[in-house]
Design a protein around this ligand. Structure first.
Ligand code: ADP
Length: 428
């Protein structure tokens, strides 16, 4: 944009040139010296002056336009000259460049997303107030480099970052930038670490409970109950139940780790759904009958082969049907249904029981390891708290979510889908 003052200056110069020419010609006329050569000379001087003025004005206009473009770039990201600032903009991790006055000179897209769209130009300490960050930035800007330890930044949405502050050496090309502040996201790392610690604590606790009970009975059998044959028989029975629970728990833990190892290997074999369901029903029929529960299979025409790891899907059906038989009300029916999905590309398997149902607030956490709605009831039924976690992990490998629908007092339905093998197109 042209500045009004410069415009006025330009007009003044043109006017004053014209006035000077008229004045000179008038002077020459008044002394009777208006010659052709003289007039030509005055005209040439005035023309050269005007030409110089025009060149100057155009140069000014060009410079104005250049600085406007520079300003525009600068307001977008905050850095005009720093080499490669545009490349930094696309970095997935948040990054700030801070100048000698501790002001943010540049913030890439991720940093603006994290800290706010208008952070450029503001004091860096407005966003990172931790004392170790303040110390690190102060030291780096005053030329004292060193190890400032882990600077952890956690957002209100529970995202965590490890922040590194590194120096930028002063130079012509860095636009006064003195430090780089780099954010490395550690949210999922911390979550995994926490899950691992929780898992070890839970698994140890689950094993410790039966082990303590077994040790207690051994002490009693060797002490007060040494000659009591009735107590021997009773206590040995309990010890066997507890030992079997430990074996089941260890088996489930081993299954989980085996399943996790195959998580990213998509199954490629085909399995007959009807055979899988029938074999699981036959295995569990007798156990379910002990509580008066009937296991029923309802199958839709056309349902047969699916792409699946048959051992793993057998495990899924075993866990879901065992749970249904364990938690359903006595003398009810548990129904397994296999039907074609709406697109015809999947078979949907559902297991429905007529049990107590599960309250909505538990549904989201039900597949977590060791999560139980009623811990005492689960333990009494011989549960390890790992059955649904195993189901979820197997289904993850089969690219299917586990859908749980439940209504208190009515019952629960667990369902998942398995793909039907697609016929290969004919070779031409
Ligand atoms: P568990 O070994 O305790 O059965 P699971 O992971 O198989 O562990 O199940 C987790 C919890 O989910 C169970 O403790 C139980 O509270 C609840 N649950 C699972 N299936 C059913 C069901 N069909 N009806 C009611 N509650 C169920």
């Amino acid at each position: 944009m042209r500045e009004p003052f410069k415009e006025y200056q330009g007009l003044l110069n043109e006017r004053s040139t014209a006035a000077a020419v008229i004045f000179t010609l008038a002077l020459m006329w008044s002394v009777g010296q208006v010659t052709f050569i003289g007039s030509l000379f005055v005209g040439a001087v005035a023309g050269a002056f005007l030409l110089q003025l025009e060149i100057k004005r155009r140069m000014e206009r060009l410079e104005n336009r250049r600085s406007a473009i520079r300003e525009k770039r600068k307001s977008k990201s905050g850095s005009s000259v720093l080499l490669g600032a545009n490349a930094l903009d696309r970095l997935p991790s948040p990054l700030l460049l801070v100048d000698g006055d501790k002001k943010i000179a540049f913030a890439n897209e991720s940093a603006r997303e994290l800290l706010g769209s208008d952070i450029v130009g503001n004091d860096a300490f407005l966003y990172l107030r931790q004392s170790n960050f303040v110390a690190a930035l102060d030291n780096i800007i005053s030329g004292k480099y060193g190890d400032f330890g882990v600077i952890r930044y956690t957002t209100s949405k529970d995202r965590s970052f490890d922040v590194t502050v590194a120096p930028v050496l002063a130079g012509k090309m860095n636009d006064g930038v003195r430090a780089i502040v780099y954010f490395y996201e550690v949210t999922s790392l911390l979550r995994t670490e926490r899950m691992r610690a929780d898992f070890v604590a839970n698994a140890s606790h689950e094993l410790r409970t039966p082990l303590t009970s077994v040790l207690g009975f051994i002490e009693t059998l060797r002490g007060p109950a040494v000659g009591d044959m009735d107590a021997h028989a009773r206590f040995l029975g309990i010890m066997q139940t507890e030992a079997e629970r430990m074996v089941r728990l260890i088996d489930d833990l081993l299954s989980l780790s085996r399943i996790e190892m195959t998580r990213y290997m998509a199954p490629n074999a085909t399995a007959d759904v009807n055979k899988l369901v029938m074999s699981v029903i036959n295995t569990l029929k007798a156990v379910a009958a002990e509580r008066g529960i009937e296991l029923k299979y309802v199958q839709t025409d056309g349902v047969q082969d699916v792409v699946a790891d048959s051992d793993q899907i057998t495990q899924v059906l075993l866990n879901l049907l065992t749970n249904a038989a364990k938690y359903a009300d006595p003398n009810t029916t548990v129904t397994v249904t296999a039907e074609l999905g709406r697109t015809g590309k999947h078979v949907i398997l559902s297991i429905s029981d007529e049990g107590p149902g599960i309250a909505q607030e538990h549904l989201a956490r039900l597949t977590e390891r060791f999560y139980r709605v009623d811990t005492a009831r689960s333990r009494k039924m011989g549960g390890t708290g790992l059955g649904l976690a195993i189901v979820k992990h197997i289904l993850l490998r089969h690219n299917s979510p586990l859908d749980i629908k439940s209504q208190l007092g009515t019952g629960t339905t667990f369902s998942f889908k398995l793909p039907i093998p697609q016929k290969k197109s004919q070779e031409t």
